[in-house]
Ligand binder design. Sequence first.
Ligand SMILES: Cc1cc2nc3c(=O)[nH]c(=O)nc-3n(C[C@H](O)[C@H](O)[C@H](O)COP(=O)(O)OP(=O)(O)OC[C@H]3O[C@@H](n4cnc5c(N)ncnc54)[C@H](O)[C@@H]3O)c2cc1C
Ligand code: FES
Length: 363
Amino acid sequence: MIQTESTAAKPSLRQWLRHPAWAPLNDPAAWQRLTTAINPLWTLGEVRARVIRNVIETQDTRSLWLKPNRHFRGFRPGQHLMLELEIAGVRHARCFSLSAAPRPDGLLRLTIKAREGGRVSMAAHQLEPGQIVRISQASGEFAAKSSPARLLLISAGSGITPMLAILDGLAAVSAHTDVHLVHGARTPSDWIGADELKLRAAQLPGLKIHFHGSDVLGRWRPQDLSTLVPDWSERDALLCGPDAFMQAVETHYATAGLSERLLSESFGRRAAPLDPSASRHAVTHGKPEQMFTANSGQSLLEAAEAAGLQPRFGCRRGICMSCQCRKHSGTVKNLLTGQLSSPGEELIQLCISTPQSAVELAL
Ligand SMILES: Cc1cc2nc3c(=O)[nH]c(=O)nc-3n(C[C@H](O)[C@H](O)[C@H](O)COP(=O)(O)OP(=O)(O)OC[C@H]3O[C@@H](n4cnc5c(N)ncnc54)[C@H](O)[C@@H]3O)c2cc1C
Ligand code: FES
């Protein structure tokens, strides 16, 4: 039978849309490339932000004011997010606390101390207004109760950043909260947010600030709390600062049987000293000669770094998944939960996994 024009099989709309010519339209990555070429903040779900201001706070600390795109879902004072920067063609992500409470103009503030040799902190200081950065949604449980009657904030160095946001948030909701801030820095000029806090004290009649300059007064001792804040043991307390400082305060609370009163936020704990009696395990990655050893108790990330490798990482606390890697074989223990993995193939996070047997990784 001869097919006339009207009886010839016409492609359905669906077949027509599947034609290779339209392939880019069915590819979300292609759409993302197209939209971000028009405006780098127009993404299909990815959270990005434009740098609005880069403000000098102290000689080694700057605040970045960011305008996030519409995919950012907001945050509570005390929470943090991941900032991802491309450095020499490689993406590196690090956690930063939001240092101002949510604002009507939607701007976010990150206050970043430059660490010596620090990849992301140093690069963040170089960001200029107009540049676009990737950020994550905010997360974290570090926060004051919704309407605390009495609060104690204990911080040192850059550990002030979540406290600035918490005090900013309190000023917006309950001006009369009875809150003591005990903060330490080397000198008054190293005190991040000093001017802002002085203004805050004028806004919040219940705020008392105790500054400790360690260059003149020596290291602050948690035992001094009872002089500064006589009812310290009856207050909910939030703690953030360098490792040794936090450990001293945590020990003080534990000795007083008050650990449950204290909520801590760590910016990254130093690796615990290696236990010489711990068993050592071989970790292979790639060829058989590519091998290092790791103690049980030591994270695979620390062991790999000690062996001169540079695996990707972000938070070093099991939050961000930057260090996720495939384990081909071997058993690892989760340092946070104590849970043992299966001996077979699976994805693990190097920063919170410690070997319990020989392990083979795809680093
Ligand atoms: C929940 C959370 C919130 C954080 N909030 C803030 C914040 O508000 N402001 C801020 O400045 N930082 C904050 N940090 C720390 C931040 O994530 C990075 O660790 C820090 O900026 C260093 O990253 P880097 O890439 O510059 O250094 P890297 O290249 O990772 O390291 C370079 C050197 O710096 C040292 N180093 C890395 N991190 C620290 C640290 N925390 N303290 C001392 N030495 C370190 C390393 O040992 C190394 O020698 C936070 C971390 C976490 C986990
Ligand atoms: S570095 Fe963030 S999960 Fe390991």
